[in-house]
Design a protein around this ligand. Structure first.
Ligand code: AHR
Length: 531
């Protein structure tokens, strides 16, 4: 006979010493009010931390696309919108709160047609070009290298620059790196000084092209590998700066691309990228699905397509492992996120979409995956930071709101540069039709103060999830938590209701002997702090 243990309810004492094995043996399936719930067991190996969760897993992507750069970041120094040297103050303040560690720029597909010398010198003299990828709009190059580096410095993030391989020359790429990082008395360093910047910038991440299997040149992996070897030869480490070289990686499940590039480039690179977008319908050619008008079918399919990231990371990592068992080469997931139909009435080339609780759950799914594979995943960049795809921030002229995805990034800051604590999670799956997904995902880490943080995500939109947590090898004294949850799957923030979705305190958790027990609301993201 199952022992039924009631573990929820604000009227219970803060700490009730129910043993974890008892909880596990008598899994709870009736929550308050007689509502059904799912049950899960999480074992955190607090005595086994080995790998650091790089804070760069929490990176962002900004492209000259739609209203990401222009309006989202850059309004120009003459704008009535409060700015510092042309960069929006409200946006910088919001980004500082989520501790953005790195920012990838200028694309994306735009990167392989971007010529950096168009974007330096007096702004009124910079040439205008047509942004052929994204809406065919005029790009006046007012946001260039100096403005991007200023933006990074204001946010406190490291630059991650993507070089032009598709339509740029080796010389152009070589000179860009010299322009940014050389402190010598050399032509490009002196050009930078004439443009107002004396000291070189620190540039850590530099990618040799973007999606060179597609918009970046339609190359075969064998050809790209040789191109990488050639361009990379001329990317120098000037003045003590060490460039972390990122090779273009695979589109989704193309494991052959990773294999060929790994075998031919090997340790000439420091990391190889991976791009994966989650579309509700999975179709690039037909309707992708609405960002706000969807039912449980598209809730589930979007989560399922997001969760494919687990398989992609595992399988690409296995290929990389063949050539790099020492784990010195990082898997760099430098574009990921949801991709829906654009908002009705908006420019189809601007990729502007709303952001709901569904996006928050997909963000948590992905971030838990990256944390749990911290031995190989060293950098990741959500696409994109502002006004485009799965954005953190939406702007409308002088107004700005943050999205549910932003809140997840804020809640997960506890994991930045913390030690990953391996965990095992088992329990009920979330079923829809003939398909199932894990009902809950989780990751755990210990920060420098010794506090353990556990992030949990309940994928089920209807049922609460009872989690019996065991913390092996750790003494537990207090637990507190925060939760992001809402009434409906499509709940989102608007300029009129900017706080419809925001985190609040989480009370449905308490310590038990050797661990904790928690009840996650349906469709929720929770962070626990245990000391
Ligand atoms: O993020 C939008 C686009 O998606 C990028 O420009 C490209 O790299 C990817 O296909």
């Amino acid at each position: 006979m199952k022992e039924i243990v009631m573990i929820t309810g604000p009227s219970l004492p803060a700490i009730a010493w129910i043993t974890v094995p008892a909880l596990i043996a008598g899994l709870v399936n009736i929550a308050e009010g007689g509502e059904k719930s799912t049950t899960h067991r999480l074992v955190v190996h607090a005595d086994k931390g080995e790998h650091t969760i790089s804070r760069h897993i929490y990176g962002h992507f900004t492209e000259h696309l739609g209203r990401c750069i222009y309006e989202g970041i850059w309004v120009g120094p003459e704008s009535p919108i409060p700015n510092t040297r042309g960069i929006r103050n409200d946006v910088v303040a919001a980004l500082k709160k989520i501790k953005v560690p790195n920012i990838r720029w200028p694309g994306g597909c735009f990167a392989d047609e971007y010529h950096w010398k168009d974007g330096i010198g007096p702004r009124e003299k910079r040439p205008s070009i047509i942004n052929t990828h994204w809406g065919g709009v005029v790009e006046n190059n007012h946001f260039g290298t100096h403005e991007f580096m200023d933006f990074c410095e204001q946010v406190g993030a490291e630059p991650f620059i993507c070089g032009n391989v598709g339509s740029g020359t080796v010389q152009e790429m070589m000179e860009w790196v010299e322009y940014m990082t050389s402190g010598a008395d050399s032509p490009m360093a002196n050009l930078r000084r004439r443009n107002g910047r004396q000291e070189p910038w620190k540039l850590k991440y530099f990618a040799v092209g973007n999606e060179n299997w597609g918009c970046g040149g339609n190359m075969r992996p064998e050809y790209y590998a040789d191109v990488f070897r050639r361009y990379n030869t001329f990317i120098k480490n000037y003045s003590g700066n060490q460039v972390y070289r990122v090779a273009c990686g695979a589109p989704g499940e193309d494991y052959n691309w990773t294999d060929v590039v790994m075998s031919m480039v090997g340790k000439r690179m420091n990391g190889i990228s991976l791009h994966h977008y989650a579309l509700p319908t999975g179709s690039w050619t037909g309707n992708k699905g609405s960002s706000t008008n969807f039912g449980e079918d598209q809730w589930f399919s979007t989560l399922k397509n997001s969760y494919l990231m687990e398989e992609l990371v595992v399988k690409h990592s296995a290929v990389i492992e063949k050539y790099d068992p020492e784990k010195s080469i990082g898997l760099i997931v430098d574009e990921w996120g949801t991709w829906y139909d654009v908002e009705p009435g908006s420019n189809p080339g601007f990729l502007h979409q709303q952001n709901t609780m569904r996006d928050a759950v997909t963000a948590a799914i992905n971030l838990n995956i990256f944390n749990n594979h911290a031995d190989r995943v060293k950098v990741a960049n959500i696409a994109q930071m502002i006004n485009v795809l799965q954005a953190m921030i939406l702007t409308d002229k002088e107004r700005m709101i943050v999205t549910p995805t932003y809140h997840v990034f804020e809640m997960f800051t506890a994991h930045h540069d913390a030690t990953l604590l391996p965990s095992d999670l088992s329990g009920d799956r979330y079923a829809f039709g003939d398909n199932t997904l894990p009902g809950v995902t989780a990751s755990a880490s210990r920060d420098q103060s010794g506090a353990i943080h556990i992030t949990l995500c309940n994928l089920n939109p209807d049922l609460p999830a009872e989690v019996a947590g065991e913390l092996r090898g750790a003494k537990v004294g207090t637990v507190s938590g925060r939760v992001l949850t809402v009434a409906t799957m499509a709940s989102h923030n608007t300029f009129d209701k900017p706080e419809a979705v925001r985190p609040g305190p989480f009370h449905d958790v308490r310590l038990v002997k050797g661990g904790f027990s928690a009840t996650l609301p349906p469709k929720s993201v929770v962070v626990l702090k245990i000391q």
